[in-house]
Design a protein around this ligand. Structure first.
Ligand code: CMP
Length: 139
């Protein structure tokens, strides 16, 4: 078993889809190990998405991710990183496979409902970004 980080993004929280997304993730075989509702600052969002700093959509992405509540969570499954990326679908909901979280719940390429870590190393770093050492003790 391994862990990954998912974030239900502000578009999905604001439109009342968080519960359905959580159900979908559990039905897909993930165990929710830790979860919080929080807001992030522009500095935090910029640090989280530092790899995209030079992209034309960076400022808009930071603005979106700071526009409302986000729900970061630690999900456990066998091969959790790859499994979650399959379950959420392509970045652009128009290109996401039928039945994936983004096909079902996302609005657009930016407002795409959910984030998922893209490697085990990034999962560990992203889990530490949102959850304290104390909160990570039980993982
Ligand atoms: P995420 O998987 O969290 O990783 C980076 C985010 O940037 C992505 O989801 C989208 O929210 C956003 N993003 C990626 N590409 C684009 C794009 N071409 N235009 C707007 N937003 C994008």
């Amino acid at each position: 078993m391994s862990n990954t980080l998912a974030i239900i993004k502000p578009d999905a929280v604001q439109s009342g889809k968080a519960g359905k997304i959580l159900s979908h993730l559990e039905a897909s075989g993930f165990t929710v190990k830790a979860l919080q509702m929080t807001r992030i600052s522009a500095v935090q969002a910029g640090a989280f998405y530092a790899v995209h700093r030079e992209r034309p959509f960076f400022d808009s992405l930071v603005s979106f991710m700071t526009s409302g509540v986000v729900i970061p969570m630690v999900l456990e499954a066998e091969d959790a990183v790859a499994k979650l990326r399959g379950v959420i679908g392509a970045t652009d909901p128009a290109e996401a496979d039928q039945g994936t979280v983004r096909q079902l719940f996302a609005e657009s390429k930016e407002r795409n409902a959910i984030h998922a870590s893209d490697s085990d190393d990034n999962a560990a770093a992203e889990i530490a970004f949102f959850f304290s050492e104390h909160q990570r003790l039980g993982l």
